[in-house]
Design a protein around this ligand. Structure first.
Ligand code: 8YV
Length: 323
């Protein structure tokens, strides 16, 4: 019997690519160049499984291509807002993702950005590199305290809870959250987490606001000018979720005007072409979508895709089925 044909749209950790190559008739992307919409359509016609990532936009116009061979999209990543899952379902395409394995590394990056923004780490690095540092000074780069401050989490899923643990147990932070339904009592007790009735209430009370909701139409520009104005003037906004949860222009205005003190961003609208206004500001720390970028995590994400493909081709229940 012929091996199933599998396409991996970008380069993955070598150990995972080696396992895939043993199991399937795999096409890897040695050049690591992102695929175009046209190439993705052809991939859907030529492969049994396509393994995309956040860079592969898969709207209905791509997924609805005629004469599809593809039966499963094994997404490399937990977020799947780049895939029109309703269209996929309608087309009979299974979508899987990689939850769980990137929780800690992504929460670590959220905490990194919180600390960078609070303590002006990137500014300090630029000062030293520019050779403009003239030596210690009592009023130089004075910044915001983290220990004992209040962290407000918008969304309280796995990654938010992991961040809350680091912040509460490591930095003595008070935890606030908003979530459609109350969190499990054991988690609330462990973190002494307080659920706010509204986003407005959370924004008004938090020294740091960290976004952990999914991307997509429902959360697009959730942090708009109106909501940014509800934050304390001393507060910082952290985004490791999806870029379009924040209205870039409104955030740039708030940072420029000083209606909030700082921001730390790992994700952007229209990646990698983030709004150039961010580059002109000193009070925003910018990372290139590093959330899950540890060797162990990226390998575990690949292993998750492998497990989903193995279950699919064995006719078994899929561990991480989205639709
Ligand atoms: C991934 C992420 O690197 O998993 C996610 O949703 O945002 C990142 O950790 C990226 O999405 C890969 O597709």
């Amino acid at each position: 019997m012929n091996k199933p044909k599998v396409l991996v749209t970008r380069q993955w950790p070598a150990s995972v690519e080696a396992k895939l190559s043993n199991l399937y008739d795999v096409t890897l992307n040695e050049s690591d160049r992102p695929l175009t919409a046209e190439e993705l359509k052809i991939a859907l016609q030529q492969y049994d499984a396509v393994c995309p990532n956040v860079c592969d936009a898969l709207p209905a116009q791509v997924l609805n291509v005629e004469n599809k061979r593809c039966k499963i999209l094994g997404n490399f990543g937990v977020g799947y807002n780049h895939i029109d899952v309703a269209a996929a379902k309608q087309q009979g395409l299974i979508v899987t993702n990689t939850p769980g394995v990137l929780t800690q590394s992504t929460a670590d990056i959220a905490m990194t950005l919180l600390l960078m923004s609070a303590r002006r780490g990137a500014e300090g690095d630029r000062l030293v590199r520019s050779k403009k540092w003239t030596g210690w000074c009592p009023t130089q780069l004075m910044s915001s305290d983290v220990t004992g401050a209040t962290l407000g989490l918008i969304g309280f899923g796995r990654i938010a809870q992991a961040m809350a643990r680091k912040a509460h147990h490591g930095f003595g932070m008070k935890i606030l959250y908003v979530k459609p339904s109350p969190a499990e009592q054991a988690i609330v007790d462990e973190l002494q987490a307080v659920r706010c009735d509204s986003i407005a209430e959370l924004l008004a009370q938090s020294d740091y606001v960290s976004l952990h909701c999914p991307g997509g139409a429902e959360t697009k520009h959730l942090m708009n000018a109106q909501n940014l104005a509800l934050m304390k003037p001393t507060a910082h906004l952290i985004n490791t979720a999806r870029g379009d949860v924040v209205d870039s222009l409104a955030l740039i205005e708030a940072l420029k005007a000083g209606t909030i003190r700082g921001a730390g961003l790992d994700v952007y609208e229209n990646e990698p072409n983030l709004h150039p206004g961010f580059l002109e500001l000193d009070n925003v720390s910018l990372l290139p979508h590093l959330g899950s970028a540890t060797i162990a995590t990226r390998t575990a994400m690949g292993e998750k895709v492998l497990a989903n493909l193995a279950a699919f081709f064995a006719g078994e229940e899929l561990p991480d089925r989205v639709v």
